[in-house]
Design a protein around this ligand. Structure first.
Ligand SMILES: Nc1ncnc2c1ncn2[C@@H]1O[C@H](COP(=O)(O)OP(=O)(O)OP(=O)(O)O)[C@@H](O)[C@H]1O
Ligand SMILES: [Mg+2]
Length: 252
């Protein structure tokens, strides 16, 4: 090991550093073993990694010692993705999502997508399925390399669910970054997996995203606030597109 550098982005891990090692530059994440949640999330990243190396940096190092779990990934040169309108990164993320949607769901323990806490009861069944979903596509988890390829980071929260889940989650992120609901949906419509959305699925997603976020405690960070407002706009957009049947006026 020759050089170690602290990384400022990323809120969750106990330790994030880049390291020059014999196998090349590594991005190293560490979790204290007595922090059950963080250690469990990092172990989940280890379990999924071999199934997603065509999308994500490969794990080269794994050590459990002195109360720490330490994992070294190939370091991806480049920068975080930009999801704002007209960003040249958007086609790169679409390509990433396309490759993700073609990835077979591995036969490993997977939590099922269960959104029943915030979905309308009649919609809850829509989110299940047999596809691998990353579920956290915020731009901090997508890195654009100088070769023009986007890499998916942070596989801490994957689930099994509907094949279109991540595509709709990316639409939500686009709106958070300033796209209108119409534009975000038009951008995603290019993806083959978008065409697997059934009648009413998108409306159910917009309703879910808005309801779930409306329950979040107020926070001061710009991303969270923009995300809450975006979900509300998306839901309103669907309400105006698919208005409830007018209430019948009874004439006596
Ligand atoms: N393989 C990598 N190569 C280069 N940079 C990386 C790599 N993996 C992660 N990063 C950088 O470190 C940041 C945090 O990584 P990651 O999201 O995996 O960690 P985290 O601690 O779980 O953070 P959070 O929960 O806040 O998303 C990323 O946003 C990215 O900037
Ligand atoms: Mg992250």
């Amino acid at each position: 090991m020759t050089e170690v550098e602290a990384v400022s982005e990323g809120l969750n891990s106990d330790l994030t550093v880049t390291v020059e090692a014999g196998v090349g530059r590594l991005f190293v994440k560490g979790a204290k073993l007595d922090d059950d949640l963080k250690a469990r999330q990092l172990r989940r990243e280890i379990v999924i990694n071999q199934h997603v190396t065509h999308l994500s940096p490969e794990i080269r190092l794994q050590v459990e010692e002195a109360g720490w779990l330490i994992v070294g990934f190939d370091h991806v040169e480049g920068r975080r993705a930009d999801y704002s309108p007209l960003s040249p990164d958007i086609p790169l993320v679409l390509d990433l999502l396309d490759r993700l949607s073609e990835t077979p769901c591995p036969t490993i323990p997977l939590r099922e997508m269960d959104l029943s806490a915030h979905a309308r009861p009649e919609d809850a069944h829509r989110f299940g399925g047999g596809a691998l979903a990353h579920t956290d596509l915020n731009p901090g988890n997508v890195r654009v390399a100088p070769d023009g390829r986007a890499y998916l980071l942070d596989w801490a929260r994957y689930k099994r669910g509907a094949p279109w889940w991540d595509a709709t989650a990316f639409a939500q992120c686009l709106m958070t970054c300033g796209h209108t609901p119409y534009d975000a949906e038009s951008i995603l419509a290019e993806l083959p997996v978008w065409k697997t959305l059934g009648l009413g699925d998108l409306d159910a997603v917009a309703h879910y995203q808005s309801t779930a976020r409306s329950k979040w405690k107020p926070r001061l960070d710009a991303w969270t606030n923009a995300s809450v407002a975006a979900a509300r706009r998306w839901h309103d957009h669907h309400l105006t597109q698919n208005p409830e049947p007018p209430t019948r006026t009874r004439h006596f």
